[in-house]
Design a protein around this ligand. Sequence first.
Ligand code: UD1
Ligand code: CA
Length: 457
Amino acid sequence: MTKLNIVILAAGVGKRMQSSLPKVLHPLAGMPLLLHIIKTVSSLMPHKICTVIGHGGEKIKQAIPMADLTWVVQEHQLGTGHAVMQAQSHLDPEGLTLILYGDVPLIKADTLKKLLDAVEDKHCALLTSTMENPSGYGRILRNAETGVITGIIEQKDASQEQQNICEINTGIMAIPNRYLHEWLSKINNKNAQGEYYLTDLIEIAASQGITVKSVQPDNFWEIMGVNNKTQLAELERIYQKEYANKLLDQGVTLMDPARIDVRGELTCGSDVTIDVDCIFEGIVKLGDGVHVSSHCILKNVIVAAGTQIAPCSVIEDTEIGASCKIGPFARIRPGTMLLDKVHIGNFVEVKNSHIAAGSKANHLSYIGDSEVGERVNIGAGTITCNYDGANKHRTIIEDDVFIGSDTQLVAPVRVSKGSTIGAGSTITKDTPEDALTLSRAKQVSVSDWKRPTKSKK
Ligand code: UD1
Ligand code: CA
C-alpha cells in the first residue's frame, strides 16, 4: 500500500480573528479547528502527519499534545509552497502527500478518500469547487478544448478574463511524493504577492504531461475556511445543524434542532427527547427513553434508561442510573454516581458522592463526599459539612435512613442503618442503628413577653 503523508498548513497569522489565541486553536464545537482536521485525517491511517506552524507555534503544540504528530516550524510566512518545503525533509521519498489547511475544519474523510483514489499512484488530484462569487480564490485553468487542468492562477495575478472563471482551488491537493520532491525546488516567488505559491505545482505537472484530476466535495461547507469570527460562527451553526440532523435521523426527538449544541459526542438510545437550549459536552450517553428538559448542560455524563432530567440542571462527570428524577435546577458535580430511581430535586448540589437506589434529596441540599445507602430520605436543607477548612471528610449514610430537614452532618460521620435524625439537628457523632437521634435546644414559650412598639418622636 502507498504510504500516506499528510501536511497541514497552519503557520498563518490569522490577524482577522482579532485574538491572542492562534487561529487554528479557536474552538469549533468545543474542539480546536486544527484538531478537527487531525481527527479527520487520522481516520485515513496516514504514515505521518506534519503540521506546519509559525505564529503561536508553541501554544499550538501545547494545546494538541498528540505523540504521533510531526511539528514543522516555518519561521517566515513566505507562501503556501514555502510552507510545504519546510515539511519536505519529513516526507517519505515514495508515497503520496495530502496537503490541507489548518483553518478549513469541516472537510470530510470521504471527500479526502475520493481525492486520494483519484491519484492512482501516478496523477495529481485537486479538490475544486464552483462558486458564484469566486473572488479571492485561485482559479482553475483548463485547456479550452480538452478540459484538462493546466494550472491555477491566483486572484492577484489573474487577468480580467481569468477572474471570470468560477471554478476555484480549495487548496486541498494530493501529489505523489516522487513528483512533489522534484517540483518543490522548481517554484519561485515571481508573482504579484512575492510568495512561493504551492499552486504553481499544478502548472509544472501539466507541463510534464502529468494528469491533474479534480474532485468536488459533496457539501459546500467542507471547504469553507475560518478567517474571522463571523466565519467561525457560521461554521459552528453548520456543524451543529449537521449534528442535529444526524440525531434526528437516528430517531431522537429534538424539540428544536436549531437549539441544541453538541461539543463532543452525544449517543442516544431509542425514544430520547431533548428540549430546547441544551448543551452536551465531552462524551454523553443517554439511554432509552431518557428525557432532557430545556436549558440543561451535561458534560461527560452517562444516563441510563427512563431517567428524566428537568430544566436548568447542570451535570458533570457523573453516572446516573435508570428511572431517576433529576432537577429542575439540580447541580451534580464530578465524581458522582447515582443508582436507579434516585431523586435529586431543585437546588440540590451533589459532589463526589455515591447514592444508592431509591434514595431522595428533593430540596435545597448539599451532599458532598458522601456515601448514601438505599431508600434514604434526605430532608430539605440538609448539608454535609465535608470541609473543615483544611481537609475534606466523608459522610456515610446507611440504608433506610431518614434525615429530617435542615440537618447538618459534620464529617467524618456515620449515620447508621435505619436511623432517624430529627429536623434541625447538628450531627457530629456516629448514630446508632434504628434509633431517633436529634440535637436540638428545648423549645420554650415566654407568655408575658411583649412585642416592642415604635417609640413616638
Ligand atoms: C490559497 C491558494 C488559493 C486558494 C485558497 C483557498 C496558494 C498560493 N493559493 O490562497 O489558490 O484558492 O488558498 O483558501 O496556495 N500558510 C502557511 N504558510 C504560509 C502561507 C500560508 O502555513 O507561508 C497557511 C495558512 O495558515 C492557511 C493556508 O496556508 O492555513 C492558506 O493560506 P492563505 O494565505 O489563506 O492562502 P490564500 O492566499 O487564501
Ligand atoms: Ca495569501
